[in-house]
Each structure stands twice: as C-alpha cells, then as structure tokens.
Design a protein around this ligand. Structure first.
Ligand code: BJW
Ligand code: ZN
Length: 245
C-alpha cells in the first residue's frame, strides 16, 4: 500500500520535471549480469580494491591489473542493456533537458541508446597511453598484455578512474552544470559510498530540485532524498515511466 503510494508520488514528481539529471551506479547493470562492487556477489568480496583499482597497484603489477580488466571486459561484452537502461532512454526522449551521469564503466547506457551520457569513472573499453595520453576504444581482446602504445611505445592503461585519481575535469564540470539547473535528480543503483559522485546530491538546490532514489538496499542517501524507492531498478524504473492513469 505504502509502496504503491510512493510510486504514485514518484511518478508525479517525474511528470512535473522538465530538466532531469540521473546518476547511475553498478546496481543498474546488475540485472544485465554485470557484477556490482559491494554487497552480495560484489567484486570487492572476491578482490581487494587496493590491489587492483589504484595507480599504485598498476605501478606494481600492470599485468595483474590488466588481467583483471580483461576478465571484466569478457564478462560485460555479452551482457545486454536491461529494462532499467531502456527506461532511461525513453525518459531522455520525454523531457526537455536530460543528462545521465554514470559511475559505470560498462558502456551499457550508450549501447541501450542513451545519448547525453557523462561517464565520470571512464570506460573499460577505453585504453589510454601513460606516456603520450593517446586514447583508443578497443572492443575485442585481441591484444597482448600489458598493451603498449603504437605511437610512443609506453605502457597503456585502462581508461577508468581509480581510487586516489581525479575524475575527468571537463566531464565533472558538465555534470555539476547540469545539476545546478535540474528540477529533478534521480539516483539509481549506487551504494552512495564513493566520492565525489556521492557528494553530487549536495549540489542540488533543494528549493527548486526534487530528488528521488531507486536502489535495492537502503543507502546513506536514502534519508537525504525527497523520496526513496527500494527494489530492483529493472522493475521500478519502467514502472515509474508508466502512465499514472
Ligand atoms: C541494485 C540492484 C538492482 C544491486 N537494482 N539496485 C571524501 C570522503 C571520503 C573518501 C573520499 C572523499 N573524496 C575522495 C575519497 C576517496 C575515494 C572514495 O570515495 N573512497 C570511499 C570508498 C571512501 N574516492 C576517490 O579516490 C575518487 N577520486 C578522488 O576523489 O579524487 C580526488 C582526490 C585525489 C587524491 C586524494 C584525494 C582525493 C575516485 C573514485 C574512483 C572510483 N573508481 C571505481 C572503479 C572504476 C574502475 C573499475 O570499474 O574498475 O568506480 S570504485 C567502484 O565504486 C567503481 C564504481 O563506479 C564506484 C561506485 O560503486 P557503485 O556504482 O555505487 O556500486 P556498488 O557496488 O557500491 O553499489 C551497487 C548498489 O546497487 C548497491 O547499493 C545495491 O544495493 C544496488 N543494487 N542490484 C537496483 N537490480
Ligand atoms: Zn603513447
């Protein structure tokens, strides 16, 4: 009963919004078969973040880090966007102004058809040279590890943001600009533990911008938004977009 009322209220908030910003995390891709980081079945249950997702780890053992990303690329490659990704494509078409900020590196939002996507933690199919900075997208895994740059011969690294590294400044600036103008901020499928992404909620002007959260489990942000819906993104997001009639 309460749940139904919350869904109705969330639909009303969405229907009234013209400038929408969404921020997604690993939970939105869980129903596509992509493992999350924290929680049941999460990658950080099996692997230590500090051994794999830091610049120090890459400096110590680039081959180990590359092998881990190859393993993850191979998990993601056959995965398909799920109803949650598709609901956001439909939402982008429905509102005047739409920005999707994603912490995910799996590329599934673009594959689903979302157009305005800001990948604040990079993309696992992007490779960047540690020497000259040259970037390339590589979809197959037909290269020997660790790969080297054809232009300068230096080691190449995954084009993702590791702990202790800055997020791409231009992408973060675009995210912040979208947020200060938004009239609805929707947070989906993130534990809300990793900064600066988790801090974006504090940038919204609470007087003009509503905030909604959809996540399987309650998070530190569940109590900080106007309305939190707890459940699967692949069920709740499509339900949110249905006509309330
Ligand atoms: C479902 C579901 C379903 C499941 N439907 N829901 C301020 C305070 C404290 C610490 C810091 C701070 N500022 C900086 C830090 C340090 C650090 C940090 O935040 N640490 C915290 C862990 C404490 N941050 C950084 O280092 C960042 N850089 C930075 O701040 O630079 C400035 C600086 C430089 C030097 C010194 C100091 C500052 C960089 C962070 C980079 C994060 N990188 C990763 C790896 C990317 C590459 C890769 O994939 O390998 O990004 S870590 C990992 O976590 C990945 C994710 O994008 C990120 C967030 O995870 P996410 O998406 O929230 O996933 P989960 O698994 O945590 O949660 C999934 C949720 O989904 C769960 O809640 C489930 O319930 C739910 N779920 N199924 C709906 N079907
Ligand atoms: Zn190079």
């Amino acid at each position: 009963m309460g749940e139904h009322k919350d869904l109705m209220q969330a639909r009303e908030m969405l229907a009234a919004a013209r400038q929408v910003v969404v921020m997604s995390g690993a939970g939105i891709s869980a129903e596509s078969g992509v493992p999350t980081f924290r929680g049941a079945g999460g990658l950080w249950r099996e692997f230590r973040a500090e051994d794999l997702a830091t610049p120090e780890a890459f400096g110590r053992d680039p081959l180990l880090v590359w092998e881990w990303y190859r393993y993850r690329r191979q998990i993601v490659a056959p995965c398909e966007p799920n109803p949650a990704h598709l609901a956001l494509v439909a939402l982008e078409e429905r509102v005047d102004d739409f920005t999707l900020i994603t912490q995910n590196v799996d590329g599934l939002h673009r594959r689903a058809g979302s157009r305005r996507v800001l990948e604040i933690h990079g993309n696992m199919f992007l490779i960047r040279c540690t020497g000259c900075g040259r970037e390339r997208m590589v979809w197959d895994d037909d290269f020997s590890l660790p790969p080297r740059c054809e232009a300068c011969g230096e080691l190449e690294r995954p084009g993702v943001v590791w702990f202790g590294e800055s997020l791409p400044a231009d992408v973060m600036m675009a995210a912040e600009e979208a947020l200060v103008q938004a009239d609805l901020f929707l947070i989906v499928g993130t534990s809300g533990l990793v900064y600066p992404a988790a801090g974006l909620l504090h940038l919204v002007d609470r007087k003009r911008c509503g905030s909604l959260l959809i996540n399987l489990d309650p998070t530190p942000q569940s109590g900080a938004v106007d309305l939190a819906l707890h459940g699967k993104a692949g069920e709740l997001l499509p339900a949110l977009l249905e006509d309330s009639a």
